[in-house]
Ligand binder design. Structure first.
Ligand code: FUB
Ligand code: ZN
Length: 630
């Protein structure tokens, strides 16, 4: 199978209304407001290693842990998101803000290259003593990703130089050589950052270090146990009590179940897929495929959310997918997009693009409000109205994660492999690509995700033979296709219609993906969803918000036979397609003076309006349900 590579978002123009609007909001509101929050909550001040050392802003938990320990990562992620914004539109103000962060990092860096502001400020003697919990390498990873993004956006390499000194230091500390620690981070992240640094610089040592971290993970004797003993602690006695939490319970190639903390898992699988591609390592690819099957068959929300439990911010048992207590952290779905994109490059298979799209349009996007300034961390699928978006969080990881995803969404649209170009996502995008030795302008126009009428124009500089692979989403059952107006049978090969021909300037492919509103049912072992139905239209999962319904949500059901229709409502939430149907609502008639009675309550017709899940809770807190009683 051919390996694909993604076309970087900076080479892709987003032209469609849906993503243009989200992108504009992120550029003009999210990124500036996040910088204000970083200032307001003393996060930027921490880079200055203030003396005397100020009290922590985020009070430590009972274990003594405070999320301040990974503030460097939040700042790194903000730099990354802001750099992506600069790739769309240069902005001297934002560049000044990043430069000032780089000044602080440069000043904070220790002579040997070490750079972790928490440790440098508060406990310099304890560096590298608790990799299991304290995120040192995770912080380095996010700062490194920020540095790479800033270099790519502006050509400025000062932050990357700082980070290279730090990574060189890290490479002396960790490894299998004499005197080195055989450690790795409790929170995976640095691995995929190192692969990005390798791509940006061509320096093989970064790839080698990423490979070491992945290969060493889960080796015995267990590094985190040895480290705990060295701290005078009993190895098994820690907040989570199992190395499954950090997916270090087994060497990665032996892992077959998706377990533990969901974001850590997804970042690790992303890095495994990266390394599978870089080394042509089929054992890593196979491990990714097995884990993919596990998560998609047993441990995933219908909204593309992952990790049901707040206790470990992660996975529990198969089919344990509660709705009202769903954790489904925004970061985990963002990270799933990363993993899915890498799997898609390893193997052009629509199952990866389907999940990329599901996680992107639903659970991940729900994390950001319409105005771009408030957020969800956990993404419930059933709310009594108490779940609400917040402006900032003691652990603001999701805010910058969703910002960097939206700001780089163009990077998920196209894949390239020699004389093949694949179109993974629709919604209006254009790029000039080198295909089969020719420059080809590919322009896709559509009102996706509201409408599935897609037009792709193909303009090679000179006529050229190549394959254009158009994704046929698995939610679409009757796609039709025409080339220059001539209907062409849709023959899909693993989720893609592969069109090989001699392409000429002005060729037009029209693809129609009918988007009927439809019902989804869960595996009967998902207890929370028994007797319930969810609604989907195209790539979007829908929900009922109480304020659109004629009766309280708990009294409503949607019978199996009720017809579903959809229409675009320009007047609602800035313009969304709604799904409508006539459900049934239970009446309280006859219960005025009694709590219980022998006669069942009556029901009457109730016109229901469902809105896309990603946009819920933008009209104030309000009860919501994804899974409706049938
Ligand atoms: O631990 C760093 C980040 O904060 C994780 O990825 C999130 O789950 C949150 O715990
Ligand atoms: Zn998060």
């Amino acid at each position: 199978m051919r390996r694909y590579s993604s076309v970087p978002f900076s080479d892709v123009a987003i032209t469609g209304a849906f993503w243009s609007e989200r992108l504009e909001v992120v550029l003009t509101r999210t990124i500036p407001s996040q910088h204000k929050q970083l200032e307001k909550f003393n996060m930027l001040r921490s880079l200055k290693l203030p003396k005397p050392v100020p009290p922590t802003t985020i009070p430590p938990q009972a274990t003594g842990f405070t999320t301040e320990i990974f503030w460097d990562s939040d700042i790194g992620k903000w730099v990354e998101a802001a750099a992506y914004a600069l790739s769309h539109r240069r902005d001297a103000g934002v560049e000044g803000q990043i430069e000032s962060i780089v000044d602080d990092l440069e000043k904070a860096q220790a002579p040997d290259g070490y750079l972790n502001c928490w440790y440098l400020e508060r406990e310099p003697e304890n560096r590298w003593t608790n990799l299991r919990d304290n995120h040192e390498l995770y912080n380095a990873g996010h700062l490194l990703e920020g540095a790479v993004a800033y270099l790519r956006a502006t050509g400025r390499d000062r932050m990357l130089r700082v980070m290279e000194r730090y990574i060189d230091h890290i490479a002396t500390v960790f490894g299998r050589g004499p005197g080195q620690k055989r450690g790795y981070c409790g929170h995976q992240e640095i691995e995929l950052a190192l692969v990005k640094a390798f791509h940006a610089t061509g320096q093989r040592k970064y790839l080698d270090l990423a490979t070491y971290f992945i290969d060493e993970r889960g080796a015995q004797p267990h590094y985190f146990d040895l480290e705990a003993q060295a701290r005078g602690e009993a190895p098994g006695k820690f907040h989570q009590g199992t190395h499954e939490y950090s997916q270090s319970h087994l060497p990665v190639r032996q892992q077959t179940k998706v377990v533990g903390h969901a974001v850590r898992a997804m970042y690790m699988y992303s890095a495994m897929a990266d390394l599978a591609a870089e080394h042509g390592d089929d054992s890593l690819k196979r491990a990714c495929e097995v884990l993919w099957q596990d998560v998609t068959r047993t441990r995933m929300y219908v909204t593309g959310g992952f990790g049901p439990s707040a206790r470990n911010e992660g996975f529990t048992q198969d089919y344990d997918l509660p709705n009202d207590t769903a954790y489904a952290e925004t970061c985990a779905s963002v990270a799933m997009v990363f993993w899915a994109a890498r799997m898609l490059n390893l193997d052009l298979d629509g199952q990866y693009a389907d999940l990329l799209e599901l996680a992107l349009y639903n659970n991940a996007l729900a994390g950001l409000s319409k105005d771009g300034e408030t957020y969800f961390y956990d993404n419930k699928l059933d709310s009594d109205g108490s779940h609400r978006r917040w402006e900032w969080h003691p652990c603001p990881c999701c805010t910058m994660n969703v910002a960097r995803l939206v700001a780089s969404v163009g990077g998920y649209v196209f894949g390239l492999a020699g004389d093949e170009v694949a179109l993974h996502l629709y919604g209006g995008a254009s790029a000039r690509l080198a295909v089969a030795g020719t420059a080809v302008q590919i322009t896709e126009t559509s009102a996706y995700p509201w409408d599935g009428a897609i037009r792709v124009t193909v303009d090679p500089e000179t006529p050229a033979e190549f394959t254009l692979s158009l994704r046929i989403p698995s939610w679409c059952h009757d796609a039709t296709l025409a080339i220059n107006g001539t209907p062409t049978a849709v023959q899909t090969e693993r989720g893609y219609a592969r069109l090989r021909r001699q392409w000429q300037a002005g060729d037009v492919v029209t693809l129609t993906l009918p988007m009927a509103a439809e019902r989804l049912y869960a595996h009967p072992d998902v207890k929370a969803d028994v007797g319930r139905v969810a609604l989907r239209r195209g790539p979007l999962v829908y929900c009922l918000e109480a304020l659109d319904q004629p009766a309280p949500l708990h009294r409503i059901r949607l019978p199996r036979g009720a017809a579903l229709t959809s229409r675009f409502r320009a007047d609602l939430l800035g313009g969304v397609a709604v799904v409508e149907g006539v459900g049934r609502a239970t009446a309280d008639q006859g219960f005025a003076e009694t709590l219980y009675r022998t006669e069942p309550p009556t029901e009457s017709d109730a016109p229901l309006t469902a809105v896309p899940y990603y946009i819920w809770c933008n009209r104030g807190p309000n009860p919501m349900q994804v899974w409706l009683r049938e």
